[in-house]
Design a protein around this ligand. Structure first.
Ligand code: AMP
Length: 425
C-alpha cells in the first residue's frame, strides 16, 4: 500500500515508525514531517489547510490510505474532502470530530445517552454564567467551547477565580471571545487516558496511558502539550477498561451513528476514575501526543490492517496484541517552553542514546542541516523505553536522555513518578 501520514510531531513519527515496519507498506509519505520522520518516509511540504493540494497529491501518488495525525485538519473536514475524491482516509469526518471541536456538543451527547460525565450547564452570556457559579459554589470548572490547544479549561478553586475565568473567556483572553462556555462540576479522582479504535459501527479497545501536562517536576508550573507519558495506566484494570468500553466508548459510537455522523478513527477519552467509576472529562478525536508514542511501542500487531479495518467498517472481529511491558516516554523540550524559545540549536548523541536497551527515540520538532539535527520547536524529542516495570522503563529512558548532548534542551526528571511509587508500595 502507498500510505500518506499528515502531521509533523512525535505522534506522527511513532505512527511512521510503526507503519513503515508493516509488510503491507510499499511506499510511505509524510506531510510535512520532520527530521526523524524523514528516516521512515518521504517528507513532502504540503499545507494541511489546503485540502485540495493534499487530495491532489494523494491522487497523483496513488495513495491507498491517508492517516491524519492532528485534530485541526480533522475538525476542518479533511477526511470528508479526501473521501469525496475517492481517497481512503483514517480519522473521523467533520461532524463526528465535533466530539473534540465542541465541548457543548459532547456534553449534550453524553447527557442524552447516559454517558457518565460531570454535571454541566452551557452559557452564552457572562452574567448568567456568573450567577450560576455563585449559586453553585467552588471548586468548579470553566471551559470555552472550540479548539483551544489545551488552554480553554480553568479548574477554579474559588468563585472569584471562576468569575475571572468567565470574563477572560468571553473577553477574548484565549485569542478571540468565546461564543459559548460550559461550566461543570469538579470531579475528584485519578486521571487516565483511554484509546479505542472505531469503525463507525463498533469499537475495540487500544490501550490506556497517563500523561504529565505540567512543565515542572512534581507536576508543577504551567500546562504544556505533555512532558511525558506511560502506558498502561496502573489505575486502568481489566474491569475498568471494560466499564469504559461499555459505559462510555460504545454508547458514544452508537449515538454518533444514530445522528448520522458515524465515528471512524481513534477515540481518545480523557477520564477521571472516581470512587463510583469512570467519568468522561473530554474526548479527543485522534491519538494523543505523547501517548501515541508509548502505545506504538507496546503494539505488537501490525497497525496497517487495523487502520484499514477501521476505515472499512470491519473491526467487529478484529483483535490486537499488546506488549505486557510498560512503555514510558520523556519529552525533551527547548529551554523556555511553554513560553518563548529559540530555534536552531544542535542536538548530539542521538545515535548513542538509541543504543540503550529497549529505547526508541521519536522526533517531535527537529529539522536536519546536512548530517546535523537541529531543534525546531518547543517539544523536540520523545525518548521512549519499554521495561518490565515502570521503574525499569523510566531508568532506561533517562539513561538515554543522559547520552543526549543538547545544552539548550531540558526535560522533567520524574516522568512516571506516581506509577513508580505505586509499584514500590
Ligand atoms: P480538558 O481540556 O477538558 O481535558 O481539561 C484539561 C484538564 O482540566 C483535564 O485534564 C483535567 O485535569 C481538568 N479538568 C477538566 N474538567 C474537569 C472536571 N470536570 N473536574 C476536574 N478536573 C477537570
Amino acid at each position: 500500500m502507498n500510505i500518506l501520514i499528515l502531521g509533523s510531531g512525535g505522534r506522527e513519527h511513532a505512527l511512521a515508525w510503526k507503519i513503515a515496519a508493516s509488510p503491507l507498506t510499499s511506499k510511505l509519505y509524510c506531510a510535512p514531517g520532520n527530521a526523524g520522520i524523514a528516516r521512515e518516509a518521504d517528507c513532502v511540504a504540503l499545507d494541511l489547510d489546503d485540502h485540495a493540494a493534499v487530495t491532489a497529491f494523494a491522487k497523483k501518488k496513488k495513495i491507498d490510505l491517508v492517516v491524519v495525525g492532528p485534530e485541526a485538519p480533522l475538525c476542518a473536514g479533511i477526511v470528508d474532502d479526501l473521501e469525496a475524491a475517492g481517497v481512503k482516509a483514517f480519522g473521523p469526518g467533520k461532524w463526528a470530530a465535533r466530539l473534540e471541536g465542541s465541548k457543548g456538543f459532547t456534553k449534550d451527547l453524553c447527557k442524552a445517552n447516559n454517558i457518565p460525565t460531570a454535571a454541566y450547564r452551557r452559557f452564552k452570556q457572562a452574567a448568567a454564567a456568573k450567577t450560576y457559579v455563585r449559586e453553585h459554589g467552588a471548586p468548579i470548572v470553566v471551559k470555552a467551547d472550540g479548539l483551544a490547544a489545551g488552554k480553554g479549561v480553568v479548574v477554579a478553586e474559588t468563585v472569584d477565580d471562576a468569575e475571572a475565568a468567565i470574563d477572560m473567556m468571553f473577553g477574548g483572553g484565549l485569542g478571540q471571545p468565546a461564543w459559548e462556555i460550559v461550566i461543570e462540576d469538579c470531579l475528584i479522582g485519578e486521571e487516565a487516558s483511554f484509546f479505542a479504535l472505531c469503525d463507525g459501527e463498533t469499537a475495540i479497545p487500544l490501550a490506556s496511558a497517563q500523561d504529565h501536562k505540567r512543565v515542572g517536576d512534581g507536576d508543577k508550573g504551567p500546562n504544556t502539550g505533555g512532558m511525558g507519558a506511560y502506558s498502561p495506566a496502573p489505575v486502568m484494570t481489566d474491569a475498568m477498561n471494560k466499564r469504559v468500553m461499555d459505559e462510555i466508548v460504545l454508547p458514544t459510537v452508537r449515538a454518533l451513528k444514530t445522528i448520522g455522523a458515524p465515528y471512524k478513527g481513534v477515540l481518545f477519552a480523557g477520564l477521571m476514575i472516581t470512587d463510583t467509576g469512570p467519568q468522561l472529562i473530554e474526548y479527543n478525536v485522534r491519538f494523543g501526543d505523547p501517548e501515541c508514542q508509548v502505545l506504538m511501542l507496546r503494539l505488537m500487531s501490525d497497525l496497517v490492517p487495523a487502520l484499514t479495518a477501521a476505515c472499512d467498517g470491519q473491526l467487529k472481529t478484529f483483535d490486537l496484541r499488546w506488549h505486557p511491558d510498560t512503555a514510558l516516554t520523556v519529552v525533551m523540550a527547548t529551554k523556555g517552553y511553554p513560553g518563548p524559545y529559540g530555534k536552531g540549536s544542535t542536538i548530539d548523541g542521538l545515535d548513542d542514546a538509541a543504543k540503550v536497551e529497549g529505547v526508541e527515540i521519536f522526533h517531535a520538532g527537529t529539522r536536519a542541516d546536512g548530517s546535523r539535527i537541529l531543534a525546531n520547536g518547543g517539544r523536540v524529542l520523545n525518548v521512549c523505553a519499554l521495561g518490565k516495570s515502570v521503574a525499569e522503563a523510566q531508568a532506561r529512558a533517562y539513561q538515554a536522555v543522559d547520552r543526549i548532548n543538547w545544552p539548550e534542551g531540558f526535560c522533567r526528571r520524574d516522568i512516571g513518578w506516581r506509577a513508580v511509587a505505586r509499584e514500590e508500595s
